[in-house]
Design a protein around this ligand. Structure first.
Ligand SMILES: *[C@@H]1O[C@H](CO)[C@@H](O)[C@H](O)[C@H]1NC(C)=O
Ligand SMILES: *[C@@H]1O[C@H](CO)[C@@H](O)[C@H](O)[C@H]1NC(C)=O
Ligand SMILES: *[C@@H]1O[C@H](CO)[C@@H](O)[C@H](O)[C@H]1NC(C)=O
Ligand SMILES: *[C@@H]1O[C@H](CO)[C@@H](O)[C@H](O)[C@H]1NC(C)=O
Ligand SMILES: *[C@@H]1O[C@H](CO)[C@@H](O)[C@H](O)[C@H]1NC(C)=O
Ligand SMILES: *[C@@H]1O[C@H](CO)[C@@H](O)[C@H](O)[C@H]1NC(C)=O
Ligand SMILES: *[C@@H]1O[C@H](CO)[C@@H](O)[C@H](O)[C@H]1NC(C)=O
Ligand SMILES: *[C@@H]1O[C@H](CO)[C@@H](O)[C@H](O)[C@H]1NC(C)=O
Length: 808
């Protein structure tokens, strides 16, 4: 009864099948294969494995891959593929099974051929494959789970899993590299990789040979050039380097967090977290930010131009005389195939007809191609062009300060620089073209001019529109959003300029203008941010990132938190948490409807002191704020003070001191050392703090003109305080609008501290730590001496005017 047997078998199989898919399993065994739309799910439900076709119905993809993805993320995010370069092509129905030799294999059911196999040396006859909770697919002995023959973590694709190692096993010679995918549909390896060198340096590489982004040096916690590594970007990142191994890895602090890090199809390293609430990825880290900084992103014979479109969309153009090699790939964001010649070079084959000799087309304001050959013999532009013409493989030359350079074969990595006017060096690249190409152009010059202006023929224009549409779709994924979740889990986010411009509505709502740039209000994903556009930061990207890095790790309840930054071209922006309440100057001096009561003022004084003490002592390298003033003290919704603008000296470098010395408005807070030009220490902040403390007490500017009645400096508030302290009558010093509702012990303490803080000699001033202790009543202070500067003003015979303070 063979028929019955078949039917019975069918029923049993169907039963097994339903059983299997209802309780998702995590194991493939000799008796349990995985086929069709079935999937393995890790025991914690975080990862899934199965056959899938990337793309959607409208993109008619016939290739399927065995892949691993995040089970709970609705936007399919492929993390690993087994057969990226050898897809299963419809109508084959593949099966994942343990083959006769014990290896895990993808079997083509129709032809019984093996499409992919783990090809390990199996020493037992009981292997099974298990999808582990960390996303690792392991082939192991079923009786001994530590007998592992193969694991997917050793053969990563474009994703670095938490717990996986990237780098070398020096003993076996295994090198685990992260390799980009060709595009979002085709899972074949792309041109870009993230690798660890045998000597421990991490790089992004093109074709495994040309490095275009370095990780910087490992400092024990993160690589120097990637400050964003701190925080959620790559939690608990470690780097191991010894005789046996050289690798980096990271672990999640919270295993349920969904973190995706790796290298995208554009050759950029990234790290992001899935936000359950907004159902979207939050990208913390992306490098390089600008497409054109990825080596040869546009492929050969192209010009990369990040500025071409404000939305940063179509950034690749063919050089003149070339057209897109594979428009289909370009549509899918894979432009690395580049462009090809429209007309072959004659290459001396028609020597007798000079009108057919190859010509050169000049290109200006560009970054020259990769891999030039220097020709010493050629000492003029003419000779240089002759050298090039005489060799068939020569495709371009340039003659400049460095003499004659020629290029062979493909021209890679050409980038459009800013407009010609700003490009002083005037280096011109002469690209070799068939004579016909240039004759065409001469005949219809105007047409070509327009063509050059748009940078595209009608064909590519169509493509550009297509790309624009595609990029729109991708756009959502690319935008970085601020974290809306817990406070302490935030990393530093590298923002794109265009996202910040959008968030701030083209920098329209100005919150304030400081000495180093203006601050704008912005909105990202329903949370408000403050974006500071730095005017004077002319540092290189490397240094800027390093400084942002050192500032980003400084977190304290009394310091405004740095959320992210932007460093693109000449743009340097810092993104901070937004403070809904007024800054201290507004609350104290300007807002008529707000009177801060004494308790609040005293808490503000303590908070600011704590924030400064932290800056001075608790973080790794001491940070001097250098610009403490009420404008830089922001109040949150419950009037907790937060110091803004710390670390500017680091970020701005030399520009900072220039800004300081030309700053007129805040001169009333500057310690005498600033004026005498000696080296400043953290005591300059103590001085400024003292000045602010006087203002908190009085509710008025120290330098306000009411304090200088007709040139009588006995009314200069700090002077009054010093005197009243001696008289034992501090109550009369307090802001009249408090109507005497104050704690006199605290007032006296505050007055004493303020006087000590503004001592001319920095050694006489307390540290911020001592200030905190004194305010808290833990440290008793002596009666302060009169500051000498004040002595000079009040007792001296020199005619001192209010302008004295303004002109210091
Ligand atoms: C799977 O997880 C459950 C708890 O969720 C646990 O009881 C069980 O032992 C796990 N199975 C394996 C094979 O780890
Ligand atoms: C499928 O992909 C195409 C192009 O990538 C896109 O235009 C379309 O909206 C997608 N359709 C769905 C249902 O996601
Ligand atoms: C398997 O064993 C053979 C012979 O011992 C060896 O040459 C080969 O490199 C091994 N393959 C793997 C993947 O370890
Ligand atoms: C596996 O090998 C062991 C001996 O190494 C043998 O006893 C056992 O029967 C084998 N099992 C199968 C299923 O072939
Ligand atoms: C399991 O495998 C490991 C690694 O091969 C081995 O060290 C261990 O002795 C094995 N345990 C048993 C019980 O066979
Ligand atoms: C990539 O490198 C290999 C050798 O490392 C070379 O043969 C190949 O031509 C390179 N590919 C390109 C596109 O240059
Ligand atoms: C970080 O990772 C290292 C090595 O992987 C581990 O020893 C350490 O306990 C981890 N720390 C935290 C906080 O998870
Ligand atoms: C052309 O240049 C290439 C690359 O430098 C060189 O290998 C080749 O020999 C040159 N050919 C001639 C004819 O000089």
């Amino acid at each position: 009864m063979p028929l019955l047997r078949h039917v019975l078998l069918g029923i049993v199989l169907l039963f097994l099948h339903t059983l299997a898919s209802s309780a998702a399993k995590d194991t493939v065994s000799p008796s349990q294969a995985l086929a069709g739309s079935n999937r393995l799910v890790s025991n914690n439900s975080k990862f899934a494995l199965g056959f899938l076709k990337p793309g959607n119905e409208s993109y008619n993809n016939h290739n399927s891959f065995l892949g691993i993805w995040f089970n709970k993320v609705p936007k399919l995010t492929l993390l690993w593929t087994a057969n990226g370069d050898n897809p299963v092509v419809d109508p084959t129905s593949p099966e994942l099974t343990i083959s006769g030799d014990g290896n895990l294999a993808i079997l083509d059911h129709a032809t019984k051929s093996i499409i992919w196999s783990t090809r390990a040396n199996i020493t037992t006859n009981d292997t099974i494959a298990v999808l582990l909770n960390n996303g690792n697919l392991v082939l192991r002995s079923s009786s001994n789970s530590s007998k592992i023959f193969w694991q997917s973590f050793d053969y990563p694709t474009d994703t670095l899993f938490a717990g996986a190692k990237i780098g070398w096993d020096k003993v076996t010679g295994l090198n685990r590299r992260i390799v980009s995918r060709k595009n979002s549909i085709d899972q074949a390896p792309g041109m870009y990789s993230l690798e660890v060198g045998l000597n421990g340096d991490g790089h992004l590489l093109w074709n495994s040979t040309v490095p275009y982004k370095s990780s910087g040096d490992w400092n024990g916690r993160y690589f120097g050039l990637a400050p964003e590594m701190i925080g959620v970007a790559l939690p608990n990142f470690t780097f191991v380097y010894n005789d046996q191994e050289a690798y980096f890895t990271y672990t999640l602090r919270d295993d349920t967090a969904i973190v995706h890090t790796g290298i995208d199809v554009f050759g950029r390293g990234f790290a992001g977290t899935w936000l359950e609430g907004s159902q979207d990825w939050l990208i913390h880290y992306r490098q390089p930010i600008v497409h054109c900084d990825v080596f040869a992103i546009c492929g050969p014979f192209t010009i990369c131009d990040d500025k071409k479109d404000p939305n940063n969309n179509p950034f690749c153009d063919c050089m003149k005389g070339f057209s897109v090699k594979s428009p289909k790939d370009w549509e899918l964001d894979d432009r690395t195939g580049g462009c090809m010649r429209n007309t072959p070079l004659s290459c001396g084959s028609s020597k007798d007809r000079t009108d057919l000799t190859d010509r050169f087309y000049p290109m200006q304001s560009i970054r020259l191609p990769h891999n030039a050959e220097n020709v010493q013999a050629a000492t003029s532009g003419d000779q240089c062009s002759q050298v090039c013409l005489s060799n068939c493989s020569c495709t371009a030359y340039s003659y400049g300060e460095d003499g004659c350079s020629i290029w062979h074969d493909e021209l890679y990595n050409v980038k459009q620089l800013l407009d010609a006017a700003s490009d002083g060096n005037g280096v011109v690249l002469y690209v070799r073209l068939a004579a016909k190409e240039l004759q065409n152009s001469e005949r219809k010059k105007s047409g070509i001019l327009i063509g050059v202006a748009i940078g595209a023929s009608t064909g590519t224009l169509f493509l550009i529109i297509l790309l624009l549409i595609l990029w729109r779709i991708k756009g959502k994924w690319i935008i970085a959003h601020p974290l809306e979740k817990s406070e302490d889990s935030i990393g530093i986010i590298a923002f794109r300029h265009i996202d910040l411009r959008r968030a701030t509505k083209n920098f329209s709502e100005k919150l304030g203008g400081g000495s180093f740039g203006s601050v704008f209000k912005g909105n990202l994903n329903d949370s408000t941010i403050a974006v500071k556009r730095l005017d004077g930061a002319h540092q290189g990207e490397k240094q800027f990132r390093a400084e942002v890095n050192s500032i980003g790790i400084i977190q304290h309840i009394n310091l405004v938190k740095l959320v992210g930054f932007c460093c693109e071209g000449d743009n340097r922006l810092l993104v901070y948490e937004y403070m809904p309440n007024c800054s201290l100057d507004v609350c104290l001096f300007k807002a008529n409807d707000i009177v801060l009561d004494w308790t609040t003022r005293y808490q503000i004084a303590i908070g600011v002191a704590r924030g400064l003490a932290y800056l001075h002592t608790s973080c790794r390298d001491c940070i001097i704020h250098c610009d403490i003033k009420p404008e830089n003290i922001l109040l949150d919704a419950s009037y907790v003070p937060k110091i803004a603008d710390f670390g500017m000296a680091k970020i701005l470098g030399r520009e900072f001191s220039r800004a300081m010395t030309t700053m007129r408005g805040t001169i009333g807070y500057l310690a005498p050392e600033w004026i005498s030009g000696t080296v400043v220490t953290s005591k300059v902040d103590v001085y400024s703090y003292g000045m602010v403390l006087f203002e908190i007490i009085s509710g008025r500017r120290n330098s306000s003109h009411e304090n200088f009645r007709d040139g009588d400096f006995s009314f200069f508030f700090p002077m009054q305080v010093a005197r009243k302290l001696l008289d034992g009558d501090v109550g009369s010093l307090v802001d009249a609008s408090l109507k005497g509702d104050v704690n006199l012990v605290e007032v006296e303490r505050a007055c004493k501290i303020a006087c000590w803080c503004i001592q001319d000699n920095e050694f006489d001033r307390p540290t911020m730590g001592e200030v905190v202790q004194s305010l808290e009543g833990l440290l008793e202070l002596d009666m302060p001496p009169l500051p000498r500067l004040l002595n000079a003003i009040t007792g001296g015979s020199h005619p001192v005017t209010p302008q004295y303070f303004d002109s210091l």
